[in-house]
Design a protein around this ligand. Structure first.
Ligand code: BGC
Length: 684
């Protein structure tokens, strides 16, 4: 601390603003490149932090300039987006959320952090904690899904994983929870559009994961690009200062999103860069990512008395405190393990997490696991290793990615393959040759879906069907294959609204983007080596017109009653999702019984689980609450706990779920997903 005060006292204004500036190298570009990084700017102290540069060689070289050649020798924060792995790419967060396993969530963050430090990084812009209920929004792929409780448990696990117990210890990085707040509620699911919501919705749904992140000690938070109720988050004094720093007690670093301060001009709330910079600083922002607004605008803002030097010093202090907590003043190059690339262990973890993230949506006539027969592997995602990384592939390399074709061949299956069509073109000339392969096969495995970059940032979609001519391919295969089993493996960064595809397929596996070990993970499930256990962390709509769709709706005064026209419904589609939150089949056959609540504080909710199937498998159960509170409506279901149990055939066990006692009357629901028909219930 003393060292920091001494440093601040010695700093020129330009050096202070350098500490408040983060500039992108051109390794990965997610917005306009305004300031080419020059070594001179680092040497002069004008740029104090970087993003989008990784690899021990380049990062150490640039860090060396900062700590050996700049006047004050202050090390740089070096940040990168390791959303779902760094070199070892894990399933996208939406898929990983479906493991419902905090230890696994933590383990992947831990490995990513170790790989980040091996790459010379000390900060990652993760976890992304935006509750996402609208699959039109591409960034749903980066999120833990639709539920605030899941988001909160996910947040804690990820922060533990990235930062470990000792931020200055080996293999730990500063986590940056993002995007604060309510970005997932962008209007009509359109990227960068505005958001508007009640304070109750904000506090009950969008804020809890960030509260959990702060409680877990997250060291940095990124405000969202978007505005909320008319105030851009980058300049939101009430939410950043009063709520985040005040109420939640966050004392870490606020890093803007890419170019967000400059975009305050487009939002129409600032007249020039000096005003924009002043608004952000006053709202509590510490680091300006890629606007150059602090560097270029704050000197003028000082002249106009829009900001005071003390406010600049406060931000500089927070940045330096983070650098100190990371141990950068002692070891600017990080004491992570050396960059060892992917290892047998990291591959094994990616394969295990990948297999457990796959969601078996449907398994008609027990089509899966596959009996070893002649397989026609059709579709544009079958031999598409690079796509398996999904959006935000970190430092993952194409050559490290295992395609479905490769994975199934390695597993010894008899495969013939044809793509049929490309992911997103109109060319149907490949369909006929693909059909010929089908004629000669016992089983057809159709690998369909989105390209990796159809979800993620700036990837909103208004239609949620299959892109390009893939539906034509599927239709042709179903026609040709009458009598044969067609298994669909669906790749996507969001739930797709493909009800007819689902009804015509014998089995459907939602693979999301499973990461670098995709092909082997999928082979493990298709062959029965692993019984699927993934659950969807987001409701799957039947039609785009249903979105946003989520289980935590408030009850209306006219809940749907099929016998009464004047009740809440669509005239052309059911109200329910095609697959409810939590849905996911296994190769077991589970029955739940004997729901009971043991008194105490907390309450212990118990349910017996029996595997009546012929295969060992793992069941996941969810505990929801329906609370009745005088004066205010509560969601029909609120998720309060989840648990898992692995059971052999004919084995029985008990899952115990912990529940803080609700205020007032409540009903407890327990079941394998959020569909009312599958839930046991009890009043408490
Ligand atoms: C994204 C952030 C990301 C940043 C840096 C932005 O475009 O919105 O999520 O952390 O770029 O890459």
């Amino acid at each position: 601390m003393e060292q920091i005060s001494r440093l601040i006292a010695q700093m020129t204004l330009a050096e202070k603003l350098g500490q408040l500036t983060m500039t992108a190298a051109d390794y990965a570009v997610t917005g306009p490149l305004i300031t080419p990084v020059s070594e001179d700017a680092i040497r002069s102290g004008a740029i104090g932090n970087l993003l989008n540069l990784y690899g021990a060689g380049p990062t150490h070289r640039i860090q060396k300039i900062a700590v050996e050649e700049s006047r004050l020798r202050i090390p740089m924060l070096l940040g990168f987006d390791a959303l779902h792995g760094q070199r070892t790419v894990f399933p996208i967060p939406l898929a990983e959320a479906g493991l419902f396993d905090p230890a696994a969530w933590e383990a992947t963050a831990r490995l990513a952090a170790e790989e980040c430090t091996g790459d010379g990084l000390n900060m990652t812009f993760a976890p992304m904690l935006d509750v996402s209920r609208d699959p039109r929004w591409g960034r749903i792929a980066e999120s833990p899904g639709e539920d605030p409780f899941v988001g909160s448990v996910f947040a804690r696990a990820k922060i533990r994983g990235f930062q470990s117990a000792n931020l200055a210890g080996p293999g730990a990085v500063s986590a940056c929870a993002k995007h604060f707040v309510a970005y997932g509620a962008v209007n009509a699911g359109r990227e960068y559009a505005s958001t508007d919501m009640s304070e109750a919705m904000l506090r009950e749904v969008y804020l809890p994961p960030f509260r959990a992140a702060v409680e877990a000690g997250v060291t940095a938070i990124m405000p969202a690009f978007t505005d909320l109720n008319g105030i851009p988050m980058t300049a939101h004094v009430y939410l950043l200062q009063n709520v985040l720093r005040g109420e939640l007690g966050f004392d870490g670093v606020l890093v803007t999103d890419y170019h967000a301060i400059a975009e305050l001009l487009n939002h129409g709330v600032a007249g020039d860069l000096a005003e924009a910079a002043a608004l952000a600083l006053k709202a509590g922002v510490d680091i300006d990512m890629m606007s150059d607004a602090f560097r270029l605008g704050l000197p003028e803002a000082l002249r106009r008395n829009l900001v005071a030097m003390e406010e600049i010093d406060t931000a500089v202090r927070r940045v330096l405190v983070l650098k100190e907590r990371l141990g950068l003043f002692d070891d600017p190059y990080r004491r992570g393990r050396p960059d060892v690339g992917m290892t047998a262990q990291s591959r094994a973890l990616a394969r295990d997490i990948g297999a457990r993230s796959l969601v078996l949506l449907k398994n008609g006539a027990n089509s899966l696991p596959l009996a070893a027969r002649k397989i026609a592997l059709i579709g544009p995602l079958a031999d598409a290793g690079a796509e398996m990384r999904g959006p935000w592939g970190g430092a993952g390399r194409i050559e490290d990615c295992v395609s479905v074709l490769q994975g199934l061949r390695e597993a010894g299956l008899d495969i013939r393959h044809a793509p049929g069509v490309a992911i997103d073109t109109d060319d149907v000339s490949g369909i006929a040759p693909a059909l010929e392969l089908c004629a000669d096969a016992d089983v057809i495995v159709l690998c369909l879906g989105e390209a990796a970059l159809m979800s993620g940032e700036a990837a909103s979609r208004a239609y949620l069907g299959l892109p390009g001519a893939q539906q034509d391919l599927a239709d042709a295969v179903f026609e040709k294959a009458a009598g044969k089993s067609v298994v669909v493996i669906l790749f996507s960064g969001r739930p797709l609204a493909v009800p007819s595809l689902v009804s015509r397929a014998a089995a459907v596996l939602a693979a999301w983007f499973p990461g670098c070990e995709a092909g082997r993970a999928i082979a493990d499930v298709l062959t029965g080596k692993v019984s699927p256990t993934g659950r969807t962390a987001v409701s799957w709509p039947r039609a785009v017109g249903q979105v946003p769709i989520f289980f935590g709706e408030r009850p209306g005064g006219r809940p749907f009653n099929p016998k009464d026209h004047f009740t809440s419904h669509y005239s052309d589609v059911e109200n329910t999702p095609l697959f409810a939150f939590g849905h996911g089949l296994t190769y077991g056959d589970f029955a739940l019984s004997n729901l009971r609540v043991e008194p105490g504080n907390p309450l212990r909710v118990k349910v017996d689980v029996e595997n009546r199937g012929a295969r060992a498998a793992e069941e996941t159960v969810f505990l929801f609450l329906n609370q009745k509170r005088a004066g205010v409506t509560r969601p029909v279901l609120e998720l309060k706990a989840f648990g898992k149990i692995a059971l052999a055939p004919n084995e029985q066990g008990t899952i115990t779920l912990i529940l803080p006692p609700p205020e007032g009357r409540a009903e407890v629901f327990v079941g394998p997903n959020a569909a009312f028909t599958s839930l046991l219930s009890l009043s408490i």
